[in-house]
Design a protein around this ligand. Sequence first.
Ligand SMILES: Cc1ncc(COP(=O)(O)O)c(C=O)c1O
Length: 397
Amino acid sequence: MIPYARPSVGDAEIAEVEACLRSGWLSTGPRAQRFERELAASLGVKHALGASSGTAALHLAVLAAGIGPGDEVITTPMTWVSTANVLLHAGARPVFVDIEPGTLNIDCRRIPEAVTPRTKALLPVHFAGQPCDEDALATLAKEHGLLLIEDAAHALGASFRGKPIGTFGDATMFSFHPAKNLTTGEGGALVTDSDAIAARAQRLRFHGIDQNAESRFGGRGAGAYDVVEAGFKYNFTDLQAAIGLHQLARLGEMNARRAQLADQYLAQLADVPHVTPLERASYPHVNAWHLMVVQLELEALTATRDQVISELKEKGVAPGLHFVPLHLQTLYRPMVDDPSKLAVATDAFQRILSLPLYPDMTDADVATVVDALAGVVRRHTRGSASAASRRAGGGAA
Ligand SMILES: Cc1ncc(COP(=O)(O)O)c(C=O)c1O
C-alpha cells in the first residue's frame, strides 16, 4: 500500500535518539534548547518554543496572545479540528469564513463581512503548504486592529514574497506530527518575535511556573519554584528534539524532494480528465507541498469521492482526506449562523482527496498513483463504455 504520508527517518535521527537515551536526559534539556535555537535561526525569528504537539503550541499561542472569553477569532473551516478546538479551550468563538475554490485557503475578500466588535484575531491556515495571501492578512489585521495568529502546521519551509512563513503573524504554530514536513514523533512549536508572547507561552507551557522571577521561597538555584497561573504540561522533550535536530538539518532537502514529486504529479495529472490539483496562488511564494490535494469533477463522474478512495485502496493506494470541514462537525454545526456562507468549503469537501506525497516516495510510486487514479476515473466517467456497462450490471470494466 502506498500511504498518503510517511515520515522520512534517517540513521542520524536513530543514532541521536540512542545517544539521547544513553545520556540519561530524556525530558526537556540541552537538545530541546538547541532545537529551539536552530529553528528560530532558520526562520529568522526571535523565539521558538517547542511543545508536545502542534495543537499544544497553538493553544499556547492563542492564550499567550491574550485571546479569551467573549473573543471571536476568524478562521477557515478547511482545517484540522485543533485550529478551532484551542479557541474553545480559551473561551473564544471560532468564526468560519469560506475558502477560495482553487487553493482552498481562506478567502481574504470574505473576511471583512465576518468582523464584529468582538473580533480579536485572524487565524489562517496555510492549507496543504501553500501560503495564504500574507499582504491581504496584514492589511486586514491592521485595518481592524486584529492579532494575526497563524496555523502553519503544513507550511514549515514555505515562504511568501521571499519571507519565511513563521515571520508574519504575532505568533505562528508548526506541527511535527509524523505526517508533517518535519517530524519529532509528535511535537510542535510556536514561533514569535514578541518577547511578551514568548514569556507567557513559556510559563503556560510548564504548569504556569514563573522561572524568571526570583523565587519567593529562597534564592536562585535552590530548586524552589513559583506557580503564578494554572498552566499546562506541554513541554518539548530532548527525545523529540533528538529526532527534530536532524530533520531540521534535512528539511530543505526533504522539501525539495516534495516539490520535485509535486511537479511530477502536476505533469502527469494534466493528462487525467476530471481531476484538478490545487490552483497555484498568483503571488510569489514557495509551497511547502505538505499535501497533494486534488479535486474531482463529480459532475462528469458516476462515482462519489468516497468510492474513488475505496477503489484506490483496492489498487494499493491509500489517499488521505483533508479535511472534513469544521462547520459540518457535530460540535461546530450549531455555532454556524448561516452555513450557506460556507458553500465553497461544503462543495470542496465532496471533491477532495490527498494523493500520497512524502520525501521517500519514488518517481515510480507517483506513476503508480496516477495510473490507479486515471483507471478509477476512466471507469466512472459518465457516458464512457465502462460506466455504462457497470450501470447495466456488467461488473468491473
Ligand atoms: C492544519 C492543522 N492544524 C493543526 C494541526 C495539529 O497539529 P498536531 O497534530 O501536531 O497537534 C494539524 C495536524 O495534525 C493540522 O493539519
